[in-house]
Write a protein that binds this ligand. Structure first.
Ligand code: ADP
Ligand code: MG
Length: 611
């Protein structure tokens, strides 16, 4: 990868943007590395009485004077409907003008705005700041989003970019950006944990690096946990002090509370660097001063910091990695400047976390690195940044199991476990297909290969892991691996080869047309696959001693079950097939139990258990 960017007139740079809940930043890749442009832009938008819309620090000032015309934390609303934001509504004074299942509109003064429109004002401010500093027009950007953002939230972020006049070349996950900022993509492989503790949110992500590509293994966190919680604890103490000293309660005076909040935050932030700091307030002709030592601060902050540890442990568990396997820990978010946060993270991960870069700049820096990769590599520019069609493999019954869905941003990867259909099976055919339809016959066949000499196991016991990986150049590599024998086979394909845009379009349209038909066909085939497996199991059980120990009645119920299932098997009523499967299952209940007992008895005999 190279990072040459031509700053000449004909080519303007792609910027990297961290569109944050509290603050946003823009950065650009230069020959010496990524650089933050201008300064932090508070993610606040306000509509002046004149109708003019402002964003950033000036809008944050309006929060004091015109809270009803000012919106913050809009990121929490992106791509969400009224139902989704009930929690947020309790905590934030959003003024909802109208809302539906999938979108809402905010009322600011006389105007209404969708969340992407609000975000667009923040993006436009960042764009203007960057243009002023660089002296060139900016039209393309990479924007970061939380790893857990769903399709709608990602789409809303892209819309915001478009409204702001920016072509969003790629959305990058925030933890991935942080890892890129630290150059961790230069490692060949590894596991990276990204601990992001900001103002109002906590996110922990575990990434796997493979051939320079980051895959999100797991994410966890708390959408309402951050530096704000520490501020609130300190604020409460200060308010109690003041009531005691001044003899009256200032907590009802919103301007006093705002000033005190600023003083508290100021003291908190200084305490990350000095052993003691004071909270100072001058209000209504009186002054208040309270010295806070690091020791007292740590006591206050401990319960808040401890609340980040449970999600970290859960995330490690969900990622199926051990603490020892985690190679690097990256710190993101302003609150990770707190020394106690650093030591708690170090104790939990048993590793010194990366803190060399500014924790509130690292995501924007990483976005700029990604932008540099996109603009540095000429070939990359021609690339689609998403997969136009889904990719998957053939499974039993001629059905497609999709591993990477249409519109996934690349690079992308996915891993799925599969198993064998027949006892003692030694070879597995891996058939890679592309398309949106449910049946293999309606998709485009990309490649076939055999995974040979797998360890023979009863049907359903083998564990074959199939891994799809699309690199930044759009090359798909498919690897099948037998977990037991370690045997592995892989193939490389260029899925876009020989496909025109029109064909892609046609394939997508067709899948819409045939969606209903495909769905019922899939249900029928799935029922048949299940029927096959119970028929095979019954066939096998008939050789078992336990079968002959059944009463005549029990045996004929099984016979009848098999026959009736065979009669409906080729029909297209999946409910009927399933009802016959259930019936056969019931009929074989005693048989299955007897076989199980025999097996247990055999096992006990074998181990020579006494008494
Ligand atoms: P977000 O990701 O939520 O937009 P940031 O990553 O910008 O937020 O972090 C903002 C939080 O970091 C605020 O609570 C702020 O007070 C806190 N913060 C910033 N600098 C320091 C510091 N030196 N010590 C402690 N907390 C800090
Ligand atoms: Mg952040």
């Amino acid at each position: 990868m190279s990072f040459q960017i031509d700053f000449g007139n004909e080519k303007s740079p792609i910027v990297g943007i961290d569109l944050g809940t509290t603050n946003s930043l823009v950065a650009v890749m230069e020959l010496t590395g990524p650089r933050i442009l201008s300064g932090i832009v508070p993610s606040v938008v306000s509509v002046k009485e004149s109708g003019e819309v402002i964003a950033g620090a000036a809008a944050r000032e309006m929060l004091l004077t015109h809270p009803d015309r000012t919106v913050y934390s809009v990121k929490r609303l992106m791509g969400r409907g009224v139902e989704d934001i009930q929690e947020e509504l309790k905590l934030f004074p959003f003024h909802i003008a109208e809302g539906s299942e999938s979108t809402i509109k905010l009322k600011l003064g006389e105007k209404t705005f969708t969340p992407p429109e609000v975000s667009a004002h923040i993006l436009r401010k960042l764009k203007l700041d960057a243009e002023a500093e660089l002296g060139v027009r900016i039209s393309q950007a990479v924007i970061t989003v939380p790893a857990y953002f769903n399709d709608a939230q990602r789409q809303a972020t892209k819309d915001a970019g478009r409204i702001a006049g920016l072509e969003v070349l790629r959305l990058v996950n925030e933890p991935t950006a942080a890892a890129l900022a630290y150059g961790l993509d230069k490692r060949k492989e590894g596991i990276v944990a990204v601990y992001d503790f900001g103002g109002g949110t906590f996110d922990i992500s575990i990434l796997r690096l493979h051939d320079g590509i980051f895959e999100v293994l797991a994410t966890n966190g708390d959408t309402h946990l951050g530096g704000d919680d520490i501020d609130n604890l300190m604020l409460r103490i200060a308010l109690e002090d003041i009531q005691f000293e001044w003899g009256y309660d200032v907590s009802t005076k919103s301007d006093a509370v705002q000033l005190l909040r600023r003083a508290v935050i100021d003291a908190k932030e200084r305490l990350s660097f000095v052993p003691s700091a004071s909270i100072d307030l001058a209000y209504g002709g009186k002054t208040y001063q309270r010295e806070i030592t690091r020791e007292l601060f740590d006591k206050l902050a401990t319960p808040v910091i401890d609340r980040t540890l449970g999600p970290c442990r859960d995330c490690i568990k969900d990622a199926s990695v051990s603490v020892e396997q985690i190679d690097e820990v990256v710190m993101v978010g302003g609150s990770t400047r707190i020394p106690l946060v650093r030591s708690a993270v170090e104790v939990l991960f048993r590793k010194r976390p990366h803190t060399e870069l500014n924790p509130d700049e690292v995501v924007a820096l990483g976005a700029a690195v990604q932008a540099g990769i996109l603009s540095g590599d000429v070939e990359d520019k021609l690339l689609l940044d998403v997969t136009p069609l889904s990719l998957g493999i053939e499974t039993m019954g001629g059905l497609v199991s999709k591993l990477i869905h249409r519109n996934s941003t690349i690079p992308a990867s996915a891993t799925e476990p599969y198993t064998t259909a027949v006892d003692g099976q030694r070879n597995v055919l891996i058939h890679v297909v592309q398309g949106e339809r449910e049946l293999v016959k309606d998709c485009r066949s990309l490649a076939r290969f055999d995974l040979k000499d797998i360890a023979p196991m009863p049907a359903g016991f083998a564990r074959i892991e199939v891994r799809f990986l699309i690199d930044a150049n759009g090359i798909l590599s498919v690897t099948a691996r037998d977990q037991r024998s370690g045997k592995e086979q892989s193939v490389e394909i260029k899925p876009s080869y020989g496909l025109t845009d029109d064909q892609v379009e046609a394939m997508i349209l067709e899948s819409f047309d045939k969606a209903e038909e495909d769905f019922s066909e899939r249900q029928v085939r799935e029922a048949r696959v299940e029927a096959d497996s119970i028929l095979a199991a019954v066939e096998k059980a008939r050789q078992n001693d336990a079968y002959f120990e059944l009463t005549d009645e029990e045996r004929s119920a099984i016979e009848r079950g098999v026959n009736e299932l065979l009669v409906v098997y080729h029909g297209d009523d999946h409910l009927l097939i399933r009802s016959k499967i259930d019936q056969l299952n019931d009929a074989t209940h005693t048989l299955a139990e007897n076989m199980m007992n025999t097996a247990v008895r055999g096992a006990l005999k074998g181990t020579n258990v006494n008494g």
